[in-house]
Design a protein around this ligand. Structure first.
Ligand code: MN
Length: 291
């Protein structure tokens, strides 16, 4: 019998302000879960409803040494960076930015969203890069909603959006530098899914709506909680038939980098010297600016 993963740890996300002052719900990094190698950070942006002229974003700021992945469920974000990339994200779109050797970017509400207001809801995930890839030239990938594959279980109760990697036999289209799986599951009451993962990967599940039972031990996970799952090739995701609402969750799986992580704000390096160099390079303008 193929082994199912069990829940090793459950973390409850906390709220804090980010960027220009918008609120995020953050399960990682937290005191009890500083990282789940290779994942450094997961932020849930909103959900929040902005009045016209009130939407907040993250003005110009740097990153070095890792990748930022933005997945938007509602709202509109405009991206500009020092490598000359310009992008626009709407509902269901994904942006996968490799900061690599260093980049300055802005993540702001689109002009239309700012003027009209509305609901903003999404996620930002930070994926670490091994030391050998921290010097990569910055790369920008944007995948519109209609190009992101999705799958449905045979009983129709489980739906998955495959942002990266593979689930329910569906293969993601994004090109990743490291082995990463990123899935957005919607589970109706009665859903009972066994999805496969790599035995070498770190695996975690973040529930952002409803409640589920997860792992071979069927641990209860509420919205706003993150479960770390250990050992095995399968992850069981269940929503009990008596539940009244569907559940939404992100499943993250990735090959651990297994290297020292020395981080400060937007920089994630392998040594103190590299971290200090990143700060110096940014302060002296060597990461460029948005033109
Ligand atoms: Mn950023």
């Amino acid at each position: 019998m193929v082994q199912q993963r069990y829940v090793e740890q459950i973390v409850t996300a906390h709220y804090q302000r980010e960027g220009g002052g918008f609120m995020v719900r953050r399960p990682m990094p937290t005191r009890n879960l500083p990282l789940m190698d290779p994942f450094l950070l997961l932020d849930e942006l909103g959900p929040v409803v902005y009045a016209p002229g009130e939407a907040i974003g993250a003005p110009d700021h740097p990153h070095r040494g890792f990748e930022t992945v933005t997945y938007l469920l509602q709202g509109g974000i405009e991206h500009k960076d020092s490598a000359g990339h310009v992008g626009r994200l709407g509902a269901g779109d994904v942006q996968w930015m490799t900061a690599g050797s260093g980049i300055v970017h802005s993540e702001m509400p689109t002009q239309q969203f700012f003027q009209e207001g509305g609901a903003m809801h999404g996620f930002q995930l930070w994926v670490n890069l091994p030391a050998a890839l921290k010097t990569l030239v910055p790369r920008y990938q944007e995948i519109p909603r209609e190009k992101i594959p999705h799958g449905l279980s045979k009983d129709g109760l489980a739906h998955v959006v495959v942002i990266a990697g593979r689930a329910l036999g569906v293969e993601g289209v994004i090109d990743t530098h490291t082995s990463v799986h990123y899935q957005d599951w919607t589970l109706k009451p009665g859903a009972d899914v066994l999805t496969d993962v790599d035995s070498k990967h770190s695996v975690g599940v973040y529930v952002f709506s409803g409640q589920i039972k997860v792992g071979c031990d069927l641990q209860h996970i509420n919205a706003g909680q993150f479960a770390v799952l250990r050992e095995g090739l399968l992850v069981r995701l269940v929503v009990l038939p008596e539940e009244r609402t569907e559940a939404r969750l992100l499943l993250l799986a990735g090959l651990p980098v297994n290297e020292p992580v020395v981080r400060h704000g937007p920089f994630v390096m392998s040594t103190e010297e590299e971290l200090q160099q990143a700060v110096l390079d940014y302060q002296s303008g060597r990461m460029g600016k948005i033109s």
